[in-house]
Design a protein around this ligand. Structure first.
Ligand code: MG
Length: 236
């Protein structure tokens, strides 16, 4: 598997509260929120706990779920014991690749995509007010991308004692390409453009760079983070 990744502070934020993990078999992005430096603390903790807790004996999907629940407990506990961290939270979108399977665990509005052949598929649902409205048919994709409330999450890690982890799994095929990204990308770059970029770039690092550059060229209002993985095609 080949991996590319990049995170950028963007053009108007003072700190980068996005964090990423690109250590196969684990890939993840986290987009922190909260006053002062608290957003960074939350996203950093999410990635750290995930990395620490995800290896081990249980079935992969259960392990991933337990790691994300553990991250939630730890961030919530700190948010409620340290006033500097009050109200902090983070998204977390993680993919564990094991035994030719991809296990996806997700909380918040970062995204994971699968590019297979000519098609791109979202592997996660945006857990946001605007995401709900879109699924109910009240908003189009284009309307959702510019909606003033698009940053309001219905769920995040660390803000409540309990979270519902969205879990998906599917068999990986040779040639599959995966993208994990924060909303700093997807509020400015459409799914079709992500597909075109991955189909055109032979190297995942070039694809990650091009996607981040696209978001920056269009304003880069938020931190932008992208992790790209290319599963090798069958050779011969
Ligand atoms: Mg963001």
């Amino acid at each position: 598997m080949q991996i590319g990744y990049r995170t950028d502070i963007g053009k108007s934020r003072l700190t980068n509260e996005d964090r990423l993990l690109a250590r196969p078999p684990l890939l993840a992005v986290a987009d922190g929120m909260g006053g002062a430096q608290a957003g960074e603390v939350a996203s950093e903790m999410a990635i750290h706990v995930l990395w620490e807790a995800a290896p081990g004996g249980e079935p992969p999907q259960e392990r991933l779920k337990q790691a994300i629940l553990e991250a939630n407990r730890r961030i919530f506990a700190l948010a409620n014991s340290d006033s500097r961290c009050a109200g902090m939270g983070t998204t977390l979108t993680a993919v564990l690749l094991e035994n030719h399977m991809a296990y996806v665990g997700h909380v918040g509005d970062s995204r994971a995509y699968l590019v297979r052949g000519q098609h791109i598929r979202r592997l996660t649902q945006d857990q946001s007010v605007v995401g709900e409205l879109m699924r109910l048919g009240y908003l189009s994709e284009a309307e959702a991308m510019v909606h003033p409330q698009r940053n309001i999450l219905t769920q995040a890690l660390g803000t409540e004692p309990h979270v519902q982890v969205e879990l998906t799994q599917f068999p990986i095929e040779p040639g599959d390409r995966l993208v994990l990204c924060t909303d700093g990308l997807t509020s400015l770059v459409q799914d079709g453009e992500i597909l075109d970029t991955l189909r055109q770039e032979r190297e995942p690092q070039a694809a990650a760079d091009r996607l981040v550059d696209l978001a920056l060229d269009r304003g880069g209002y938020d931190n932008v983070t992208v992790v790209v993985a290319y599963i090798p095609p069958v050779s011969g």
